[in-house]
Write a protein that binds this ligand. Structure first.
Ligand code: ATP
Ligand code: MG
Length: 190
C-alpha cells in the first residue's frame, strides 16, 4: 500500500464516523492526555484545532489555558510552512483559514520553537513504530524536524488510524507517543 491509497482509505473512513463516536472517543483521549505526566509538566504546548472528524481536542486546548500553560496553535504561512503562535483566548482571535481550519492571526505572538515542550500531532495514519502520515503537504514533517531534540511529539488518533506498519520516507518524522481512545503507545525518545 502506498501513502496515497492509505490516506484515501483512512480519510473516507474518518468522514463516515458517527458524531457520537467522535464525541466519546475524543473525550476519552482528552482525559488520557490530561492525566499524562508529559502534559502536566509541559509549560508550552503546541496543539491543533480539529478539522472535520479529527479527534476533537478543543476541550483540551481550553484546559491547557485554564492550567496557566502557554498554548500555541499552528498558522500556515506558505504552501509548505506553518509557525507556532500563542493563543490566550479560543473564542476570540482565531479566524478560519482558506482550508477551513481555525488559526491564530498575526496579532497573536509568535513563539520560538525552542520554547515548545510538547507538540500534539494530528495525522491520518500512524503505526506501532511511531511513523506518521498526514495529508501530504509535509507541514508537520518540516515543523517537527525544526523543533528541538528535547521536544516531545504525541500523535493523536482514533484506534482505527493506528496500523501495524505504514509506508514512510526518510523525511517523515516519527512521534514519541501515540494516544488513542483505547490505548497509549510509548516509543523511545532518543
Ligand atoms: N524537512 C523537510 N524539508 C523539506 N521538504 C520536506 C521535509 N519533510 C517533508 N518534505 C516534503 O514534503 C512533501 C510531503 O511529505 P509527506 O507526503 O510525508 O506529507 P505528510 O507527512 O503526509 O504531510 P504533513 O506533514 O503535512 O502531515 C514531500 O514531498 C517531502 O519532499
Ligand atoms: Mg510525512
Amino acid at each position: 500500500m502506498d501513502k496515497r491509497q492509505l490516506r484515501k482509505g483512512i480519510n473516507e473512513k474518518r468522514k463516515m464516523l458517527d458524531e457520537n463516536y467522535v464525541k466519546i472517543a475524543s473525550e476519552k483521549i482528552v482525559i488520557t492526555l490530561q492525566n499524562l505526566s508529559d502534559l502536566k509538566s509541559a509549560n508550552t504546548v503546541m496543539s491543533y484545532m480539529p478539522y472535520g472528524n479529527e479527534v476533537d481536542i478543543k476541550p483540551l486546548n481550553q484546559w491547557i489555558l485554564s492550567q496557566g500553560k502557554i498554548l500555541c496553535l499552528p498558522r500556515v504561512i506558505s504552501p509548505t510552512e506553518m509557525e507556532p503562535r500563542i493563543v490566550n483566548n479560543l473564542e476570540r482571535g482565531l479566524y478560519k483559514s482558506s482550508f477551513g481550519i481555525f488559526e491564530p492571526t498575526v496579532e497573536n505572538v509568535l513563539t520560538d520553537k525552542a520554547n515548545i515542550d510538547l507538540v500534539l500531532v494530528p495525522g491520518l495514519a500512524f503505526d506501532k513504530n511511531g511513523n506518521r502520515t498526514g495529508h501530504g503537504s509535509g507541514y508537520y514533517d518540516r515543523f517537527l524536524s525544526s523543533c528541538k531534540k528535547r521536544t516531545l511529539f504525541i500523535g493523536i488518533a482514533y484506534t482505527f488510524q493506528v496500523l501495524d506498519s505504514i509506508p514512510s520516507d526518510p523525511y517523515d518524522v516519527k512521534v514519541h507517543k501515540i494516544v488513542t481512545e483505547e490505548y497509549t503507545i510509548d516509543l523511545i525518545k532518543l
